[in-house]
Design a protein around this ligand. Structure first.
Ligand SMILES: Cc1ncc(COP(=O)(O)O)c(C=O)c1O
Length: 349
């Protein structure tokens, strides 16, 4: 099924210069919005960006029934725009929604809402360097009733905002041995708002101690590596790319999946398995060259310059020949249309 959206265009279609603005601060001219009630999506439409009217009783404000996605569109040299890995993001969106008892959005509605918004605001997609248009599909529970049970009414929306480089320098991170991002059986694999709100306090504490981010560990023993900030954790040592397996408590990152696919195709040995802090410490202590990086849509590849384990800082390898930079540029080339898209990851408009 294809949706016919009503589109109300903003009168002033000018594009703001956002190069010096913080990530996610300036939206494009328009937004997509649809309402769910009586078991169906109603009135899908694109409108000029505006504030919402919401009852203070709306369930999302009280019980955190919110789910979001984060994805990107890139400009090709010929002016066409590429929306990257729509299917994989839709798949994860639906899994997150299911975990939070929220209604699904069909693939067609998801794809078309994003495609039509990007098409209308295509002049906002940065053309240069690492620039991209960050896309934020999300859903919130809007039913006005402060009873703690799942809502019957929701809003599905898509916003867009130009994005440039996320982190300007390699990261100094700290292994988190006290706080937990996600527990077994919890919502760690879902992209729901509460996971992020709960991570702010430990992250803020780490920042006050001079770190950029925390490296989360498992909730029982704080010994097995999970992920870092809004990124999946990846390591390259002994000719092997190693990343934590999808355990249910970490996010199934689209960048992670893309990197692993590219790595396997380029003949790099890949292991998805559990990595303990003891193993990591032993590697550093033995003088093994270790590359560490975060992989995520916002930062793409965020090189890690050091990892502090129980107060001791260990340096990671950042040389120009590092494998993470090769993977980053291979991914960049596919997304910018500079290398063939052999997996059907690109939706080019
Ligand atoms: C908690 C968390 N882990 C990992 C990632 C990386 O996922 P992706 O590559 O799909 O952006 C993200 C970002 O979306 C995230 O928020």
């Amino acid at each position: 099924m294809s949706y016919n959206f009503s589109i109300t265009r903003k009168q002033d279609m000018s594009v703001a210069n956002t190069t010096n603005e913080p990530f996610g601060k300036v939206p494009t001219n328009h937004m997509f919005i649809a309402e769910y009630r009586n078991g169906e999506w109603h009135n899908p439409r694109i409108e000029p960006m505006h504030d919402l009217t919401l009852s203070p009783l709306a369930l999302c404000l009280h019980y955190g029934q919110t789910v979001f996605e984060g994805m990107k569109a890139f400009k090709f040299a010929d002016g066409r725009v590429n929306i990257f890995r729509v299917e994989k993001h839709h798949d994860r969106f639906c899994k997150s929604l299911d975990r939070m008892c929220m209604p699904p959005v069909s693939y067609e509605l998801f794809r078309d809402s994003i495609r039509e918004l990007v098409n209308l605001d295509r002049d906002w997609v940065p053309a240069d360097g690492d620039g991209s248009l960050y896309l934020r599909p999300f859903m919130i529970a809007t039913e006005a009733r402060i009873g703690a049970s799942k809502a019957e009414e929701y809003l599905y929306m898509v916003l867009a905002s130009p994005a440039y480089q996320y982190y300007s320098a390699p990261l100094k991170i700290k292994v988190e041995r006290n706080f937990t991002r996600a527990a077994d059986g919890g919502t760690g694999a879902a992209k729901c708002g509460g996971n992020y709100g709960g991570a702010f306090y430990p992250t803020q504490k780490a920042r006050e101690e001079g770190f950029d981010q925390v490296l989360w560990t498992d909730n029982k023993h704080h010994e097995t590596i999970e992920e870092s900030g809004t990124m999946n954790a990846m390591f390259y040592f002994n000719n092997t790319l190693v990343t934590p397996a999808l355990s249910g408590s970490i996010l199934d990152g689209v960048t992670r999946d893309s990197m692993l696919t590219i790595a396997r195709e380029t003949g790099i040995h890949v292991e998805e398995r559990s990595i303990s802090i003891t193993e990591l410490k032993a590697l550093f202590d033995s003088g093994t060259q270790v590359e560490a990086f975060g992989a995520g849509t916002a930062a793409v590849v965020a090189p890690i310059k050091s990892i502090t384990i129980d107060g001791k800082e260990y340096a990671c390898y950042l040389g120009e020949d590092a494998v993470m930079f090769k993977l980053k540029s291979a991914l960049f080339n596919i997304r910018k249309g500079l290398a063939p898209d052999t997996h059907g990851w690109n939706l080019v408009i």
